[in-house]
Design a protein around this ligand. Structure first.
Ligand code: ATP
Length: 344
């Protein structure tokens, strides 16, 4: 049966990258595209960054493909469309896989150029981040002299995110999940996350998946020094946000990293990068993060073979060095997308 996909262009590079993704998906599968609006441009037109109609369509469609939205800093009570969507659809798990691409220089290992040192083994790990609470609970106060933000950690959300991480590890044949926290200082909140996580881990020991834990600051260092140490990281909202941007630098930067937001009923796929207003409309945005997110979506809606074809076609473009400037090439977005389509 044809699947329905809500696509949300968003702002900045959003419309150009979404058009590329749709054209590539149309080569692979028949989907029914439903347009949804969200973001700053939508706010300017409709007075809200996330119209109710978009939320309703997201609930009705089989999945959501989202590019990126701009969140303006100076508008009081402006709430980011993507954060609201994650909450409305209860997309509690944010999954970000990090897989090396051919011929991409890695800043931590090489100072420039296209070539990764031959000795460096390809990276293959994932960060699973809790998506609904933590420091992004939106409970903040300020009297102008003193400001506070409430960091909410619940047993329920901790258990389900760690369970998600273990199920992902099992499905992808990883053998270890690392719980990342700061429980030595945040004794109550991260203490609860860790306790809940360790309890969940017990039931996966029989499946051969082990569990360890690590302090977030040491993980930030180890990600640069020895990223091969990690398989699946499970962590709370803010830590996961920061570590995943850091990790994207290890595989070529923000332009190449995909992500999935998964809930019990709904799913939404988006590149890790933002709306990149500095390069919008110039035809130079890297389409990789967007297309890899599309591949993750295809797998989720039952088109695994097509997802693999797309992943391979993207990797082939890197082998051919038909890639954008941010990863050391000279191709435009359109030229890179054309190469990927030809590689399908
Ligand atoms: P936002 O406010 O939407 O988060 P931002 O510019 O603060 O936007 P990003 O959009 O993530 O944050 O961009 C950070 C940097 O990475 C920018 O210099 C941008 O040009 C670059 N960048 C982001 N996405 C891409 C991409 N797809 N291709 C190339 N460069 C990108």
């Amino acid at each position: 049966m044809t699947k329905s996909i809500l696509y949300i262009n968003g702002d900045g590079v959003g419309p150009e990258l979404m058009a590329s993704a749709r054209s590539v998906i149309d080569e692979l599968v028949d989907v029914e595209w439903v347009e949804g609006h969200a973001g700053y441009a939508t706010f300017k037109q409709q007075g809200t960054p996330l119209p109710q109609a978009t939320i309703d369509s997201a609930r009705a469609c089989d999945s959501v493909l989202f590019c990126a939205v701009t969140t303006p800093p100076n508008i009081p009570n402006y709430k980011s469309a993507i954060i609201t969507l994650r909450q409305e659809l209860d997309l509690y798990a944010n999954l970000r896989p990090f897989d090396s691409l051919p011929n991409v220089s890695v800043p931590a290992w090489a100072s420039g150029g296209l070539q990764q040192p031959p000795s460096a083994s390809p990276l293959h790990f994932a960060i699973v981040r809790e998506n609904t609470e933590g420091l992004y609970s939106s409970i903040e106060e300020s009297d102008g002299q003193r400001a506070t933000a409430l960091r909410v950690i619940t047993r329920h959300a901790s258990e389900r995110i760690v369970k998600f991480a273990f199920d992902y590890a099992k499905a992808r044949k990883f053998s270890r999940v690392t719980l990342v926290h700061k429980a030595n200082v945040l004794r109550k909140t991260d203490g609860l996350f860790l306790e809940a996580g360790r309890e969940i881990a017990k039931s996966y020991a029989r499946a051969g998946i082990s569990c360890d834990d690590a302090i977030v600051d040491s993980v930030a260092m180890r990600l640069v020094k020895s990223p091969q140490d990690f398989q699946v990281i499970a962590t709370t909202n803010l830590f996961g946000d920061i570590l995943s941007d850091e990790a994207s630098a290890l595989i070529g930067g923000l332009g190449v990293a995909p992500s999935a937001n998964i809930g019990e009923k709904h799913s939404l796929f988006e590149p890790v990068h933002g709306s990149a207003p500095d390069i919008a409309g110039r035809g130079i945005a890297n389409p990789t993060g967007m297309l890899r997110s599309a591949a993750m979506m295809l797998e989720r809606i039952g088109c695994k073979k097509e997802a693999v074809r797309l992943e391979k076609a993207i990797a082939r473009a890197y082998e051919q060095r038909i890639v954008t400037k941010d990863v050391g090439g000279s191709a435009s977005t359109a030229q890179m997308v054309e190469a990927i389509r030809a590689n399908l």
